[in-house]
Write a protein that binds this ligand. Sequence first.
Ligand code: BES
Ligand code: ZN
Ligand code: ZN
Length: 496
Amino acid sequence: MQITLETKPYASLETDALVTPVFEGDDPVQGRVAELDQLTGGLLKKLAASGELTGKTLEFTLLHTPAGLKARRLLLVGAGKKDQFNVATLRKIAGAALRSLKAKSVSNFAFLAGGTLPVADGSQAIVEGLLTGDFETDKYKTDKKDKKIESVLLAGFPENAAEEAQKGMSRGRIIAESQNFARDLINEPSNKLTPRVLAEKAQAMAKDAGLSVDVLDEKKIADLKMGALLSVAQGGPEPPRMIVVTYTPANAKPGAPVIGLVGKAVTFDTGGISIKPADGMEKMKYDMAGGATMLGTMRALAALKPNVKVICVVPATENMPGGTAQKPGDIQTAMSGKTIEVLNTDAEGRLILADAITYAKQLGVTHIVDAATLTGAIVVALANINVGVFGSADQSWTDKLLTSAKATGEKMWQMPMDDEYREFIKGSFADIQNIGSGKGGGSITGAWFIREFAGDTPWIHLDIAGTAWNDDAKPWLAKGPTGVALRTLVHLVLSQ
Ligand code: BES
Ligand code: ZN
Ligand code: ZN
């Protein structure tokens, strides 16, 4: 989809549709909307008076062959109250406008930017909304809808803001395309995306993006004594992979911080011998969303070129219940040397992250963020609204991430990590056990397990089990993978 900046007066744009946000208030016909009202001969005032045009968030009003405009349609999209308007709302409006026009077989439109946001932030959000909104999960459908938006004009910016707008637009494209890259991976079923295939896709991405990549095969993994990762992989015939992608800035300084991005990639989680119920098990193809998100983040960083070194480590495996699978009660030795009592083979994400974090530290990372579809318990706590955030003692590192989440409009909520919870994973027969012995707090005990391996290194864990998959389509986003956390992570790294 082509997106271009257009500084010509919007009334003269020959396009299938002109889209504009409308703010909610006593009188929604203000500013740009008042201009459009004049052009259309007072039509919008009438709609507002009748209560049909209010500006409530994502309210849609579609007018055909509007007088005074060359555009064939005028689409007014509610943007909510002006003082609450932010990049997240703008992104949603752009995505929802695109999806609704696409459904009507429109092939091109112009989006009128406006509002109170800085130009670059606004144009970035619009492009992100358009491109993530355009993403469909119909790859394996043979009767694909041929509805397609070919081109969008970004209009309404003053001419002297063109440079800033372009800057935001190119940044928005990099981030959204990387998010869609991650979503594509997450959407792949497990018969198409095994750990080996994920590694190949990571290699191809790294090559295209100019990143260095190293894939450890099962032999190397065994040589490095990654017993926790191997214990999960031993249940099925697919060999595991440890994928390492590195971004090094042009003027890397010795002694500078190195960020480690670690992502869980269980390409299918049956639960292993502690097998999951059949109902809903098909969704466990998205148990590699953390890994995909980290690879997508690296793709974006390669183009945005931050001034900090970033090492991405993705442990990839299936979790299968074969005859060689590990069994409840088995004791495994992780790469770090810690022994783990595996009380439940379905708590496998923390096992593979344990070795990935140990390896990342060995590679020299000084600050870690991990992302994982780790627990069903986080869905109970935060539903599909907030990402669960867990931190180590270094709250300043966690605060940086929360600031980035706020700035990019991704909802994240910090969970407690009191020492008392740590007691829950003390092992009876080994150093630690992989599930909590107390009742409740399942996401926190999961986080504590991972923290044991991060040790003193500042560390953040993002539990994205509730937020990485959209069960129902939203007006601005298709059903399926969301690519959540990527924008926050890109922002976090860029702000270092
Ligand atoms: N992959 C699951 C977590 C999950 C649940 C992701 C729902 C997405 C949606 C994870 O490996 C798992 O099975 N966790 C167990 C942990 C339990 C055994 C302590 C869970 O949450 O039930
Ligand atoms: Zn599991
Ligand atoms: Zn899992």
